[in-house]
Design a protein around this ligand. Sequence first.
Ligand SMILES: Nc1ncnc2c1ncn2[C@@H]1O[C@H](COP(=O)(O)OP(=O)(O)OP(=O)(O)O)[C@@H](O)[C@H]1O
Ligand SMILES: [Mg+2]
Length: 232
Amino acid sequence: MNQPLLKAVNVKKVFGRGDNSVTAVKNINLTINKGSMIALKGRSGSGKTTLLNLLAALDQPTEGEVFFNGQIISKLPEKQRSHWRRTHLGLVFQAFGLIPLMSAYENVEFGLRIAGNDSKLNRAQAERALEWVGMKARMKHRPPELSGGEQQRVAIARAIAHQPVLLLADEPTAELDSRMGLQVIKVFRDLVENHGMTVVMTTHDPGIMEIVDHVIALEDGEIVTESNQSNS
Ligand SMILES: Nc1ncnc2c1ncn2[C@@H]1O[C@H](COP(=O)(O)OP(=O)(O)OP(=O)(O)O)[C@@H](O)[C@H]1O
Ligand SMILES: [Mg+2]
């Protein structure tokens, strides 16, 4: 099943103009297949977040194109890109971004509500997402009553409740110790194996490299190696 889901062709991103301009990524050519789990690694400033934001259509390339299922997404106007994101994309960040006064369930359900989803389905979708990340039993708890790893799992549930095919995560384990980080990565792996998702994450964590299918290494904004892991 090597069907391409995401594709970047000759992508370049320059921030600013003239003497102050910074080329954050360049010469980016990559294909991410459906049902795979990819890690982007590289030193601070190597362009990981920039590339992730371009793949998420949160930002647009200065040159080149990003395709999703064969359709150009990078050239769409913001309104259509935002519709695309709400439909197909889940996003997870380093700081979990949960609302402390809401329970885990309410956080996930609220995410669906502000995205304008059909409220009749919200309860079932929120509970299903919490079940997928192993947090259903604790869904009445508020974030301050949960461990960091548990909070991140709730944030993942919020990101996947609308069942996107693509989940992008920017350093999702950076705030966690290695044991909890591993727990979170195993949740991603399970979403890929059992729930049809494709995951792209940035990371500094060497332990994660063994669990993903491919590691893409960036250096000064360019891809320097793309390694195939044994289980791909
Ligand atoms: N909005 C922006 N305006 C100007 N320069 C930017 C902007 N965003 C990123 N950059 C620059 O682009 C380069 C790549 O940044 P990016 O955030 O993608 O790196 P990163 O690999 O995610 O780093 P880290 O590991 O620290 O998160 C850096 O030199 C950064 O300063
Ligand atoms: Mg970054």
